[in-house]
Design a protein around this ligand. Structure first.
Ligand SMILES: Nc1ncnc2c1ncn2[C@@H]1O[C@H](COP(=O)(O)OP(=O)(O)OP(=O)(O)O)[C@@H](O)[C@H]1O
Length: 255
């Protein structure tokens, strides 16, 4: 299986703090790869570098064979490389279905187009609505489609965030601690949906997660980041038995 994401010898410092330290990782196409590590290891920073929120100081980031180093996140989004975002304040006053419909359309939309061809726009809007309906059904939120997003439970909001990635036909999705604050039942729905997106639609996932149950259920391989570089990579069983990981990750708690 080839790599869809390659991080090659990337460095990133914030002032004097070297947060990402000559880091290289590969994410195999079609995998659900876990990214774990102690607090402050640089996991979120690495996500921000891959997703184009920050540019690395040195090194390269490759997406499906193309150099995407420092390409801004909105452009990557339209190429199908995206991260989930929490439902923002302003979107919490819209319904679940409207939230899906608000995802920026794929390339080709322009104001001039909208003005010149209203019939076409109407048709496109109908298509977007239909797609949003399909997505909301897929993620199991059809029964709350007309609820305001702000009134959904924590887990339902996460499902909706995942649903938004389907509106743009994502290829790689970065999930940053999606299990946080989600109850156990909805967590299983979330895990099942991630697996379905992976198996049925071919999504690749890179998952930052502190919830080890979720990592164990979902991810293979798992990459352990410590002090901004890869400490070890392997199956969850290999990681859990690795002495250096136990020391770095769990510290004295493991003994
Ligand atoms: N924009 C920034 N400016 C300055 N320092 C930053 C910035 N973003 C992150 N850092 C610092 O970089 C280090 C790594 O942070 P990062 O959030 O990437 O770690 P993490 O592994 O995701 O941690 P956690 O598991 O606690 O979320 C921390 O010391 C953090 O304070």
């Amino acid at each position: 299986m080839g790599s869809i994401i390659e991080v090659r010898q990337v460095n990133k410092a914030f002032g004097a703090l070297q947060v990402i330290n000559n880091c290289s990782i590969e994410v195999a196409k079609g995998s659900i790869t876990g990214l774990i590590g102690p607090n402050g290891a640089g996991k979120s920073t690495l996500f921000n570098l891959i997703a184009g929120t920050f540019a690395p100081d040195t090194g390269q980031i490759i997406f499906d064979g193309e150099d995407i180093t420092a390409i801004p996140s909105d452009q990557l989004f339209h190429r199908g490389l995206l991260r989930t975002f929490q439902i923002a304040q302003e979107f919490s006053h819209m319904t679940a279905l409207e939230n899906l419909m608000m995802v920026p359309p794929q390339a080709g939309e322009s104001l001039l187009n909208t003005w010149l061809r209203p019939a076409r726009v109407q048709q496109e809007e109908a298509q977007v609505r239909q797609k949003a309906m399909d997505v909301i059904e897929f993620i199991g939120l059809k029964h709350v489609r007309n609820e305001l997003a702000g009134n959904l439970s924590g887990g339902q909001k996460k499902l909706l965030e995942l649903g938004r990635t389907m509106m743009v036909d994502a290829r790689v999705v970065l999930l940053d601690e999606i299990a946080a604050g989600v109850n156990r039942t909805l967590l299983q729905d979330l895990i099942r949906n991630i697996q379905r997106l992976n198996q049925e639609l071919g999504y690749t996932f890179l998952v930052i997660e502190h919830d080890m149950d979720m990592i164990a259920q979902l991810c293979d391989p798992v990459i352990v980041l410590a002090q901004g570089s890869v400490m070890v990579q392997g199956t969850i069983e290999e990681i859990q038995q690795n002495e250096a990981v136990i020391e770095a990750y769990f510290g004295n708690d493991a003994h």
